[in-house]
Design a protein around this ligand. Structure first.
Ligand SMILES: Cc1cc2nc3c(=O)[nH]c(=O)nc-3n(C[C@H](O)[C@H](O)[C@H](O)COP(=O)(O)OP(=O)(O)OC[C@H]3O[C@@H](n4cnc5c(N)ncnc54)[C@H](O)[C@@H]3O)c2cc1C
Length: 504
C-alpha cells in the first residue's frame, strides 16, 4: 500500500483554510492527512473583502452553495469595479470594469471597433459603460443571477467579511473534510539532511508536527518559504508604489445594496468601498513615500465624512512583490507569504486558488513527486507578472494631477508586454489580436485591457477628434442601449437575490 502523505499548513488566514479545504477535497481518494497550525495570538490580517469570479469556482468545486456560505459571511454579489476620479478627461471621470460573460460577445467587437476609431481620431462613443451589462446592473443595483428564461450566465465575484470566510472554511474543513486544527504558535522548523522541511517545531521547542508537504500560509512573515528556506523575494516597488493601507469599517450604506466595488482616487493612492450586507468596508491604499500614515487616515476620514467619528482605524503595511519560486523543496507558499500585487483588482484569493489548483494537479500527475515543479513555478511566476502589468497599467494611464499621480504616469519601469500593449493602443493597432499574440489574455482578456485604456479616456484630445466618415460601419448606440436595457430586465434586484439566500 502507498504510504500516506502528510500535508501540514502553517497559517489559518483565508489562504491557509482555502488550502486545507481544497487539498482535503481534491486528494480525497488518496491516503492523505491535512493538519493546519495557526497561532490565535498572532491572528490573521483580516482585510481582503472582494473577489474575482474565481471564488465562485472554488466554492462550486467544494460543493458549497451560495445559500450556505454567503449569508454566513455577510457576502454580497459583485459584478465589477468602478474606478472613480482616476482621470480628468472630460466624460471619462469614472468607468466600470465588468467581469466577463458570454453576453459580451454581442457588444465587445463593436466596443473594440469604436475604441479603435476614436484612437485614430474619430469622434465616436467609446466609453466602456455604454457597452456592457455589468455596468448597467451595478447602476440599477440589480443582482447578477438572471431569471431562468435568460440564456446567458454572467460572470460575477463577491464581497464578503474576510474573517467570517476564514471561520466558515475552518468549520467546513474540520467537520466535513477531516482536517486537523492545531491552534499553536510555530517557533521554527526542523530540516532533513537534504534541506527539505521535516517538521514544524511548536512553541516550547519540544513538540513537532512532522509532514511530507508543507504549505506556507503564514502571511507577510513568509516563515517557511522566506525565513526557513531563504527563497528570494522579488519586489514590485519599482512600479507599484503603494506599500501601506488604512482600513475603516463604516455603517451599511442607505438604500439598495450595491454590487460594485468602488475605487476612488485620492491624493496618494485610492480608497476602496465594499458593500457587505451588514456594513461597508472602507480603506485607503497609499504610498508612504508620498503621505504619512496620520495624513492618510485624516484624508480617508474626510473622504468618508468620518472626521469626528469614533471609529478606530487599522493601519497595515504591505509587502508588494512575489517569491522567486513558490514551490521550493517540499514547501509551497500561498497567500501573502507567496506574494501580493496590492489590492486594486482584488486578485489575491484568485491567485491562492490558481496556485493551489495548479500545485495539486502537478503533484497528482506525478504520484506526489516533484517532476512538474519547474513548470509549475514558471507558470505562477508569469501569472504574477501578468497581473502586475495590468495593475501597473492602471497607474501608468491615470490622468490626474499631483506628485504621486505624475510619478505613476511618468515612470519607465515597464515590462516588454506592457510596452507592447501601450504601443498598440496609441498607434491604433488591433489590441485584441496583440493581447492574444502576447499570450497575456490568460491573465486579463482583451476586454479588460480595452475597458482600462478607454475608461481613462486615453484618446486624442476632444478638440482634435473629427466626425467619423459616413461609410464607417459604426454601431447604432441607441440599439446597444436598448439591448443592454432589455437584458437588464431579466435580472432581479440585488437585495431580493440576497434575501432569497437568507430564506433558502
Ligand atoms: C489592504 C489590503 C486589502 C486587501 N484586499 C483584498 C481584496 O479585496 N481581495 C483579495 O482577494 N485579497 C485582498 N487582500 C489580500 C488578502 O487580505 C489576503 O490575501 C488574504 O487575507 C489571505 O491572507 P493570508 O491567509 O495569506 O495571511 P494572514 O491572514 O495574515 O494569515 C496568516 C496566518 O499565519 C499564522 N501565523 C503566522 N506566523 C505563525 C507562527 N509562527 N505560528 C503559527 N501561526 C502563524 C497567523 O496566525 C495567521 O493565521 C488585501 C490585503 C491588504 C493588505
Amino acid at each position: 500500500m502507498t504510504a500516506a502523505r502528510r500535508f501540514v499548513i502553517l497559517g489559518g488566514g483565508t489562504a491557509g483554510w482555502m488550502a486545507a479545504a481544497l487539498i482535503a477535497h481534491r486528494c480525497r481518494d488518496h491516503p492523505i492527512s491535512v493538519t493546519l497550525v495557526e497561532s490565535p495570538e498572532i491572528g490573521i490580517i483580516g482585510v481582503g473583502e472582494g473577489s474575482t469570479p474565481q471564488l465562485k469556482v472554488f466554492f462550486d468545486e467544494l460543493g458549497i452553495a451560495e445559500r450556505e456560505w454567503m449569508p454566513a459571511c455577510h457576502a454580497t454579489y459583485k459584478t465589477g469595479i468602478r474606478f472613480a476620479g482616476w482621470s480628468d478627461a472630460p466624460g471619462f471621470e469614472s468607468y466600470f470594469h465588468p467581469f466577463q460573460s458570454a453576453l459580451d460577445g454581442h457588444t465587445a467587437p463593436t466596443f473594440y471597433f469604436h475604441t479603435r476609431a476614436r484612437r485614430t481620431g474619430r469622434d465616436v462613443a467609446a466609453h466602456p459603460d455604454r457597452f456592457f451589462l455589468g455596468a448597467r446592473l451595478a447602476e440599477a443595483r440589480l443582482g447578477p443571477v438572471p431569471g431562468e428564461n435568460f440564456p446567458f450566465d454572467l460572470g460575477y465575484g463577491y464581497h464578503f467579511d474576510a474573517t467570517l470566510v476564514g471561520q466558515f472554511l475552518a468549520a467546513h474543513a474540520t467537520t466535513k473534510l477531516g482536517v486537523r486544527h492545531v491552534p499553536r504558535r510555530v517557533a521554527g522548523v526542523r530540516r532533513d539532511a537534504g534541506g527539505a522541511i521535516a517538521a514544524l517545531v511548536l512553541d516550547g521547542g519540544e513538540e513537532e508536527i512532522a509532514g511530507d508537504f508543507f504549505i506556507d500560509a503564514s502571511g507577510f512573515r513568509a516563515s517557511l518559504i522566506g525565513e526557513a528556506l531563504g527563497e528570494p523575494f522579488e519586489s514590485f516597488a519599482g512600479n507599484l508604489f503603494n506599500n501601506a493601507a488604512v482600513a475603516l469599517p463604516g455603517a451599511r450604506d442607505e438604500g439598495a445594496t450595491s454590487c460594485e466595488t468602488v475605487s476612488t482616487a485620492l491624493s496618494c493612492g485610492w480608497a476602496w468601498r465594499i458593500p457587505l450586507t451588514g456594513r461597508t468596508g472602507n480603506g485607503y491604499v497609499y504610498s508612504s513615500d508620498f503621505i504619512s500614515a496620520d495624513a492618510a487616515e485624516t484624508e480617508l476620514r474626510r473622504h468618508l465624512g468620518l472626521l469626528d467619528a469614533d471609529v478606530e482605524a487599522r493601519h497595515l503595511s504591505m509587502r508588494v512583490g512575489q517569491v522567486r519560486r513558490s514551490w521550493v523543496a517540499n514547501c509551497l507558499a500561498i497567500g501573502l507569504a507567496q506574494g501580493f500585487i496590492e489590492p486594486l483588482e482584488a486578485t489575491a484569493l484568485h491567485i491562492v486558488h490558481a496556485t493551489l489548483s495548479g500545485w495539486i494537479e502537478a503533484l497528482l500527475a506525478d504520484g506526489f513527486g516533484p517532476a512538474h515543479r519547474d513548470q509549475f513555478n514558471a507558470a505562477i511566476h508569469a501569472r504574477y507578472e501578468g497581473i502586475r502589468d495590468y495593475i501597473v497599467c492602471h497607474y501608468r494611464m491615470n490622468r490626474r494631477d499631483g506628485d504621486y499621480w505624475r510619478a505613476n504616469a511618468e515612470h519607465d519601469v515597464l515590462s516588454d508586454n506592457l510596452k507592447a500593449v501601450m504601443t498598440y493602443w496609441f498607434r491604433g493597432g488591433e489590441l485584441d489580436a496583440e493581447v492574444a499574440r502576447l499570450g497575456i489574455d490568460r491573465y486579463y482578456a482583451p476586454l479588460s485591457w480595452h475597458c482600462l485604456l478607454a475608461g481613462y479616456g486615453q484618446f486624442p484630445e476632444a478638440a482634435r477628434l473629427q466626425p467619423p466618415e459616413p461609410d464607417l460601419p459604426l454601431a447604432d448606440m441607441a440599439k446597444i442601449d436598448r439591448f443592454i436595457a432589455g437584458c437588464a430586465l431579466n435580472f432581479p434586484a440585488h437585495d431580493d437575490l440576497l434575501a432569497q439566500l437568507e430564506e433558502a
